[in-house]
Design a protein around this ligand. Sequence first.
Ligand code: NCD
Length: 307
Amino acid sequence: MRSIIDILDLTTDEIESLIKEALSIIDDPKAYAHLCDGKVLATLFYEPSTRTRLSFESAMYGLGGQVISMASADSSSAAKGESVADTAKVVSCYADIIAMRHFKEGATQVAANNAAVPVINAGDGGHCHPTQALADLFTIYREKGSFNDLTIGLCGDLKFGRTVHSFIRALSRYSGVKFMLISPEELKLPSYVKKDVLQHNGIPYVQTTDLESVLPELDILYMTRVQKERFFNEEDYLRLKDNYILTPEKLKLAKPDMSIMHPLPRVNEISVAVDEDPRACYFKQVLNGKYIRMALILMLLKEAKAL
Ligand code: NCD
């Protein structure tokens, strides 16, 4: 049974097909409105979420399917000590496909190993978030028309930000990509991503603590929130949380067509005044995320012969 745990579980050809499908859904949503009639998506979220869970649910409703949901670990059998493996087996009896978020790295893989239906990783701890990467790729495709020859700045919490890790993995397969990794010393990209992805693929990157110095070179700036929930102490979080705040003033340094991205939720790192800037793409990313998830659900259900 095919599950999607890492963005690299999809080939670049498959990503291209998903993008084509998502564009065709946008063109003619009615043609897709009943493709999943009678099918059930289960969303199992052991960690808070607004966008990702609602995006999966909205995607399934858009395809005519139905949704059953576990919105928090406290209100489920996890609170009684049920294992992820058992939960995956049980939920497979109720649903045709599962979207799961968990606070532990690797937990969604355990679910996939035990489920009888496809599992989509909706975020596992500080590790991966493949469907956010799909939303990000789709947004870049719509804004820039291609994934090649881009200078991309990633700014904020590159250590704990799972969207950053999946984003870098996703872009590592295209040519001419260069990364500017902008973070405080303590929140630098983990060395396993640097070694296994960037160095392994010979992708050029620069590490800096200074956003303004690299801003003029960027085609894309991907801002991220400092991941409060993954800190061991409040003091460190408070010290680091407002390190980077993107303002209209700073954006004067950027290219006129630089795309500003953010997986959301935003805390302080992009001033709301930036929302008016035509380069701001973060709310478009949200909508793109819904369409690309529709395409992914369709692909996995077809492969599982559930459609
Ligand atoms: C992200 C996540 O959950 O990792 N949110 C999302 O899914 N769009 C980013 C974050 O929480 O900062």
